[in-house]
Design a protein around this ligand. Structure first.
Ligand SMILES: C[S@@+](CC[C@H](N)C(=O)[O-])C[C@H]1O[C@@H](n2cnc3c(N)ncnc32)[C@H](O)[C@@H]1O
Length: 312
């Protein structure tokens, strides 16, 4: 397996874990099953709770961004994989000016294949007056775009965003869930700086590993390495290094939170509900897992529309 294949395979893992948790009732997502099978394996409840906090935490941040911008904004999901956020937002009656997903061509072509064969998915992308434009790797609908680009190549990435009709003067949120950690430091530095330099008003939310300097972190790295997947953890030492990374690339403000704390920021009646779904053998393992992932967010808001107030 090449290292790119190893990285791409993390998308299949994420999609299967989400599908498994959704089937168990952790949260609702009628679309994930249209992109992935459930798989053979049983997953530990800690994993499903981790995904629950990841999905709900992101939604919480995103909804605050949507309120501040009144939906007149763009969402750019980088390394989007088989994520279903676009369809779930539509179900909630949430429309934005433009929703753009970017991934390697081998991933986007599989996603396009799933979309093309599902009326349920297609319905949310089309409208009566406009045709969807397809190629094997790129799809352009009215307000949804799925394009292939390697995030390490900013020229290509910029060109693909241009083909989606991106407006760099419109408030834009970039979402990176478990993506930057697979890309070399110099390239992620350049990518973050590029978003700050090119967009007038921008919010960036990043989900990835943190506190990786201990034994647990070492084991996590080793597991992925054995699957040809290198983690680039220079910024994953602590919450502080995560925040500093954002500030040093020019964001005006940044903050971050370990997932074990995020769990307490979510509606507690629902957290109690999901904790009853499966028996947790060891609370300690959950704590450990959740202290090795975080959300980090950063913004540039020259017109003070309120991006600085967004957080968990
Ligand atoms: C762990 S998956 C996460 C998928 C999705 N964000 C989610 O949370 O379900 C990481 C994704 O990032 C993509 N990715 C990693 N490096 C990339 C790069 N250099 N260019 C484009 N996509 C990349 C992978 O192909 C994969 O789909």
């Amino acid at each position: 397996m090449s290292s790119e294949e190893g990285v791409r395979a993390t998308n299949d893992d994420a999609a299967q874990c989400k599908r498994y948790a959704v089937d168990k009732g952790y949260w609702q997502d009628p679309y994930i099953k249209l992109f992935t099978s459930r798989g053979q394996q049983n997953h530990a409840p800690e994993i499903s709770i981790g995904y629950y906090a990841r999905v709900k935490g992101l939604r919480m941040i995103l909804e605050k961004f949507l309120t501040v911008t009144d939906g007149k904004c763009q969402i750019v999901s980088i390394g989007a994989g088989f994520d279903t956020l676009f369809w779930n937002l539509k179900d909630a009656g949430i429309n934005v000016t433009s929703f753009i997903e970017v991934d390697f061509s081998a991933v986007t072509s599989r996603k396009i294949h799933s979309i093309r064969r599902s009326q349920v998915l297609l319905q949310k992308i089309t409208n009566e007056d406009e045709e969807i434009r397809f190629s094997t790797t790129d799809l352009h609908g009215k307000d949804y775009h799925l394009v292939a680009a390697n995030l390490k190549n900013l020229k290509d990435f910029n060109k693909k965003l241009g083909e989606c009709g991106i407006d760099k003067t419109l408030p834009t949120i970039f979402i990176a869930e478990c993506v930057l950690v697979y890309i070399e430091k110099d390239c992620t530095d350049a990518l973050l700086k590029w978003t700050v330099d090119n967009f007038s008003t921008v919010f960036f939310v990043n989900y990835e590993q943190v506190n990786m300097g201990d034994k647990f972190g070492e084991v996590m790295m080793e597991n992925l390495r054995s699957r040809e997947c290198m983690l680039h953890t220079e910024y994953c030492a602590s919450i502080d290094t995560q925040i500093q990374r954002m500030s040093s690339q020019g964001f005006e403000g940044a903050d971050a939170m370990e997932m074990r704390h995020v769990l307490y920021r979510l509606p507690q009646n629902d957290v109690m509900r999901i904790q009853r779904i499966e028996f947790l053998d060891e609370q300690e393992l959950l704590e450990q897992l959740m202290s090795h992932y975080c959300y980090c967010w950063a913004y540039k808001d020259p017109n003070k529309i309120g991006l600085g107030d967004i957080g968990l």
